[in-house]
Structure formats: structure tokens, C-alpha cells
Design a protein around this ligand. Structure first.
Ligand SMILES: Nc1ncnc2c1ncn2[C@@H]1O[C@H](COP(=O)(O)OP(=O)(O)OP(=O)(O)O)[C@@H](O)[C@H]1O
Ligand SMILES: [Mg+2]
Length: 244
């Protein structure tokens, strides 16, 4: 029994316990509880302003929680500085991509490895080029001149350069044409095969639930529903509110 419990705890990579976040007088997150197991793809869906980005920012300590705990790989990381979080293997690919427009593709990738000093950075860049062939062809191009989809790919590749165990992806499909969205979601699925655990924030609930193992629904700062993705996609409440 103890062994079984231990195994269960070992498998949990991230746990949010009763997380509250305020922006001034506004409570953006209300007692958020969320668990991710190693190897899972978990999606967080919800309308504009529901608090999805805030949840990811709270995890990577870009915004401070008012109360509650964030446990990552068995450690309490609440109130640790963001750069320490990256060193622990947690990478955040932010909404709106935030790549350095005046730097080349290659320089942006190198920047993603800033916490590392090992000898494998070069071969990891090659891995990104294998995963994203469009970036390989454009390695010396200024990143600001990449298309929207290519910039999104670069943002993901840059996050991967820190060799994350857990990748937080904020709206990778935002503003992209359906064919590029398909390409990016296929890459996310490939990533899971390499052992990266993923927390995927999406407004495209349909697509997100198709590739996720489990999902959480966020509504006005509270988790209102959670479960196996294949159940959520059939749930009438989810269908009406998020699947159009
Ligand atoms: N820095 C900030 N200062 C004040 N209020 C903020 C700040 N950032 C977010 N908010 C507010 O917190 C709430 C949640 O915002 P958040 O960005 O987390 O939503 P979201 O679910 O990611 O929405 P979207 O789908 O539009 O990206 C919103 O009401 C937003 O206006
Ligand atoms: Mg957002």
C-alpha cells in the first residue's frame, strides 16, 4: 500500500494547491487545484479573461500567488525566483511568442539555453531543426521577419532548448491558419513521445481536448470542471460553452 502511494506521488510532476492570485483588487485565480502526472498532456481551457495565462504565470513565478502552494517534482516552488524555476526543468512558452525580433533564429535558440553550460547545446539546436525543418532553412533570418506560424515554432523550440521536463504552452494556435495549427499540434504530440510533460493552454478547446489526456475548465478564475479529455469533449456543458 505504502509502495503504491509512493508510486502515485512519484508520478505527480506538478500540483497546484488552493492557488489564489490577485491583481490589485481583482481576484484573478480562486483556489485553483490542479495536478499533472509525468508524461501527461493536460489542457487548460476557458474563455478570454478566465485566468489561463495567469495560471501559467503563477506556476513559473512571474506573478506571485497570494496564497496556496505550487509543488513541482516534490519541491515547494512557491515564491522561488523565475530563473530558478527554469533550472528545475520548467519552461514557459508565453502567449504572444515574445521572441527577440532583431535576433536571428539561431540566436533566439541559443538564448533558450542560457541556463546551460554543457557541451550538448549544439546538438540540441540540431534536434530543434529536425523537429522544425522550417526553422533550419531560416536559421540566419531575423526572427521578426518570420511568419506567425514560424515565430510560434521558434518560441516552442526556444523553450525546448532549456531541456524542460515540464513545458507550459500558452495559446500556441493563436492567430494561425488551420494548416499551421495542425502542424504545431502534430509537433506537440511528437514532443510527448520524447517524454516531455505538457500543460497546454488553449482557446481552441476542440483541438486541445483531442490531443490531451486530461483537461481542466477555467471560468472566471475558478476550475469548474475537470476530467479525462475524451469525456470532456462529449460533455454537454463543455460543448455548449467552448466547442461551439
Ligand atoms: N497585469 C494585470 N493587471 C491587472 N489585471 C490583469 C493583469 N493580467 C491579467 N489581468 C486580468 O486577470 C484576468 C485573467 O487574465 P488572463 O490573462 O489570465 O486570462 P486568459 O484566460 O489568459 O485570457 P485570454 O484567453 O484572453 O488570453 C483578466 O480579467 C485580466 O484582465
Ligand atoms: Mg491568456
Amino acid at each position: 500500500m505504502i509502495n503504491q502511494q509512493k508510486k502515485l506521488i512519484d508520478e505527480i510532476i506538478l500540483e497546484l494547491q488552493e492557488i489564489n492570485v490577485n491583481y490589485g483588487a481583482i481576484q484573478a485565480l480562486k483556489k485553483i487545484n490542479l495536478t499533472i502526472k509525468k508524461g501527461e498532456v493536460v489542457t487548460l481551457i476557458g474563455a478570454n479573461g478566465a485566468g489561463k495565462t495567469t495560471t501559467l504565470r503563477a506556476i513559473s513565478q512571474i506573478v506571485k500567488s497570494k496564497s496556496g502552494n505550487i509543488i513541482y517534482s516534490g519541491r515547494n516552488i512557491t515564491h522561488r525566483p523565475p530563473h530558478e524555476i527554469v533550472k528545475l526543468g520548467l519552461a514557459h512558452c508565453p502567449e504572444g511568442r515574445r521572441i527577440l525580433a532583431k535576433q536571428t533564429v539561431l540566436d533566439n535558440l541559443l538564448l533558450g539555453a542560457y541556463i546551460r553550460s554543457d557541451q550538448e547545446i549544439k546538438s540540441d539546436i540540431q534536434k530543434q531543426f529536425d523537429l522544425f525543418p522550417r526553422l533550419a532553412q531560416r536559421r540566419n533570418q531575423l526572427s521578426g521577419t518570420l511568419s506567425g506560424g514560424e515565430q510560434q515554432m521558434l518560441a516552442i523550440a526556444r523553450a525546448l532548448m532549456s531541456r524542460p521536463k515540464l513545458l507550459l504552452l500558452d495559446e500556441p494556435s493563436l492567430g494561425l491558419a488551420p494548416t499551421i495549427v495542425k502542424e504545431i499540434f502534430a509537433i506537440i504530440q511528437n514532443l510527448r513521445a520524447t517524454g516531455v510533460t505538457i500543460l497546454l493552454v488553449e482557446q481552441n478547446a476542440n483541438l486541445a481536448l483531442q490531443i490531451a489526456d486530461r483537461g481542466y475548465v477555467l471560468d472566471a478564475g475558478s476550475i469548474t470542471l475537470s476530467g479525462i479529455a475524451s469525456d470532456l469533449i462529449k460533455d454537454e456543458r463543455v460543448k455548449q460553452a467552448y466547442l461551439g
